[in-house]
Design a protein around this ligand. Structure first.
Ligand code: C5P
Length: 239
């Protein structure tokens, strides 16, 4: 996996949030030659199984398999082996599975090109819901805490919301890979996303990859939307 994408388009991960293979391929089809990655998540994977990943790979797509593994270390490790065997570029684990689960998951990806990303605190969780599961830290402190634990176990990257990019960069410098959802081009519908940044703001803040769904997949021309976002990102980091 190239953790240092060279073009703006290579930094874009298009979220294929679709109920079945047919709908997924319809969303991805116009974008296949563009150099972006495609995120397959729980909805599509649960409906179609690993065959959807194989179909995407056959079409030449690079895949981020976002299944957020969280289990005992041995089970997580074997799931990572299975993901690596599918040939995906990136996958995710929950950092709250603890140091051993993280270490074993990271080790399981050794020898493959797959990047294992840690999910820290889901953005649907606030201080109150963290307290409800017994965590008294603020969401931001908990994100940094879990990322630090992950780093100690060899974790290379994390998924983080736009508001977490700066604290993560401050604490861990530039060699942590940060993948950021919650991105909305200026002037677009924010939908159900609450804390958003524009693509330009997110790359300037230090995101390595942006996960973008509906602003691309629901656009009248997904290709034009992707290209406009890539141009905005390139301009934000030029010079
Ligand atoms: O359509 P939209 O751009 O909102 O899609 C963003 C994608 O990133 C969705 O697949 C969503 O589940 C995912 N995501 C997110 N916020 C997070 C983590 C993942 O929006 N904190």
């Amino acid at each position: 996996m190239t953790a240092t994408p060279s073009t703006a388009k290579e930094k874009i991960i298009v979220a294929i949030d679709a109920p079945d293979a047919e709908a997924a391929k319809r969303l991805a089809d116009p974008l296949l030659g563009e150099g972006c990655l495609f995120k397959i998540g729980l909805q599509l994977f649960t409906a179609e199984g690993p065959s959807i990943v194989r179909e995407f790979k056959k079409l030449g797509a690079r895949v981020f398999l976002d299944l957020k593994f969280h289990d005992i270390p041995n089970t997580a490790k074997e799931a990572i082996h299975s993901a690596a065997a599918l040939g995906v570029e990136m996958t995710t684990i929950h950092l709250c599975g603890g140091p051993r689960m993280v270490a074993d998951s990271v080790a399981a990806a050794d020898g493959s090109e797959m990047l294992v990303l840690g999910v820290s605190v889901l953005t649907s969780m606030d201080a109150e819901s963290l307290a409800a599961v017994g965590v008294s830290a603020t969401p931001e402190n908990q994100v940094v805490h879990l990322a630090r634990m992950g780093r100690l176990q060899g974790l290379q990257g994390v998924v983080a919301s736009p508001r977490e990019i700066l604290p993560l960069r401050e604490n861990f410098g530039n060699d942590l890979v940060i993948v950021t959802p919650g991105v909305r081009p200026a002037g677009s519908d924010i939908g159900d996303q609450k804390r958003v940044m524009t693509p330009a703001e997110a790359v300037r803040a230090g995101a390595n990859f942006l996960v973008i769904g509906r602003p691309i997949t629901s656009a009248p021309s997904p290709v034009a939307a992707l290209r406009a976002i890539a141009e905005e990102m390139a301009a934000a980091t030029a010079g």
